[in-house]
Design a protein around this ligand. Structure first.
Ligand code: ADE
Ligand code: ZN
Length: 322
């Protein structure tokens, strides 16, 4: 039934959306051995650290603007087929630079793929530049300065991904100040690998309108009330959380508790092929694991579009499609 529900996605890392078969094809072109991180049609990893290592290896196989154009076009085509009308992708200039591609060329390639997808299906997409937390505060400030220079109109947000157990949120506050001052939307990964204190620090130090994951806020009901009161939107990625063992199974996942407590929740796929998921599967889980009706799923899509980092005319046009 959820196939009929109009969808929107606020949380997908474009490097995390590389299908293993495409990574293999890229590796063949560039003469890279994938044995350490792909087996058959699956990425090989067993915890967050080895997941990040496999992710970095896959990202390093994308080296030209056209490589990224094809990736963005393919991912958005898949989303369109699943009924999505809007997507935000996290983009990481640090990963591009490691692969020998300038941040500018990387963004141009992605923007080309986004434009091709929009021409084909009408799907809207925006880019959120992310800094990589475990590269340190200076690197994250560099990513923020790049985003704040507003190198492309489709870049509308700034965020931070990577190893949440590295450093303290306060170390990164300046990066977020730079991005906020430039008018970018703000989101931050928190409450995924670390508990409620990480979410509280994110709220206090960064003042985001959205939090990536945030699900471990459930360990502190005062914090859950604060999220509800302040209207902070959570980009919840249940398939990712179970794959990374943040919770043992969907029965233990707090999506429904957060929603019932009045927290604004949305569903997203994070790094779909790494976690055997897709936006379609996350919406199906919304129904099958969390008991949401199609009407509730559609309302959740509305929450996502209301929280999207887009200009008002685009937001209104998207809302009119619901
Ligand atoms: N689930 C995740 N958490 C933090 N950083 C990430 N980068 C890509 N996926 C991530
Ligand atoms: Zn993420």
């Amino acid at each position: 039934m959820t196939g009929l529900v109009v969808k929107a996605e606020l949380h997908c890392h474009i490097e995390g959306a590389i299908p293993p078969a495409l990574a293999r094809a890229q590796a063949k072109r560039y003469g890279v051995d994938t044995a350490s991180f792909i087996a058959g049609d699956r990425y090989v990893w067993h915890d967050f650290t080895t997941f990040m290592a496999a992710y970095d290896e896959a990202a390093a196989l994308f080296r030209t603007p056209e490589d990224y154009a094809l990736l963005a076009e393919a991912y958005l085509g898949e989303l369109d087929s699943a009924g999505a009308i809007y997507s935000e992708i996290f983009v990481s200039p640090d990963h591009a630079r490691t692969a020998g591609l300038s941040a500018e060329a990387y963004i141009e390639g992605l923007a080309e793929g986004i434009a091709r997808a929009k021409d084909k299906s009408g799907i809207e997409c925006r880019m959120i530049v992310v800094g990589v937390r475990h590269l340190g505060a200076e690197a994250v400030e560099g990513a923020a300065r790049f985003a704040a220079s507003r190198p492309h109109p489709l870049i509308t947000g700034f965020g931070m991904a990577g190893e949440e157990r590295f450093g303290r949120v306060a170390d990164y506050a300046r990066a977020f100040d730079i991005a906020r001052d430039a008018g970018l939307g703000i989101t931050i990964h928190a409450g995924e690998l670390v508990g409620p204190e990480s979410v509280r620090d994110a709220l206090d130090e960064v003042r985001p309108s959205r939090i990536g994951h945030g699900v471990r806020a459930i360990e502190d009901l005062d914090l859950v009330r604060r999220l509800a009161d302040e209207g902070t939107v959570l980009e919840v990625c249940p398939g990712s959380n179970i794959a990374l063992n943040v919770f043992p199974d969907f029965g233990a996942h707090p999506f429904r508790q957060l929603m019932d407590a009045g927290v604004k929740v949305t569903l997203a796929s994070d790094d779909p092929p790494f976690f055997d998921t897709s936006l379609a599967r996350e919406y199906a889980l919304g129904s099958e694991a969390f008991g949401l009706s199609d009407v509730q799923l559609r309302e959740m899509t509305r929450t996502a579009i209301e929280a999207a980092f887009v200009d008002e005319p685009t937001r209104q046009a998207l809302l009119a499609k619901l």
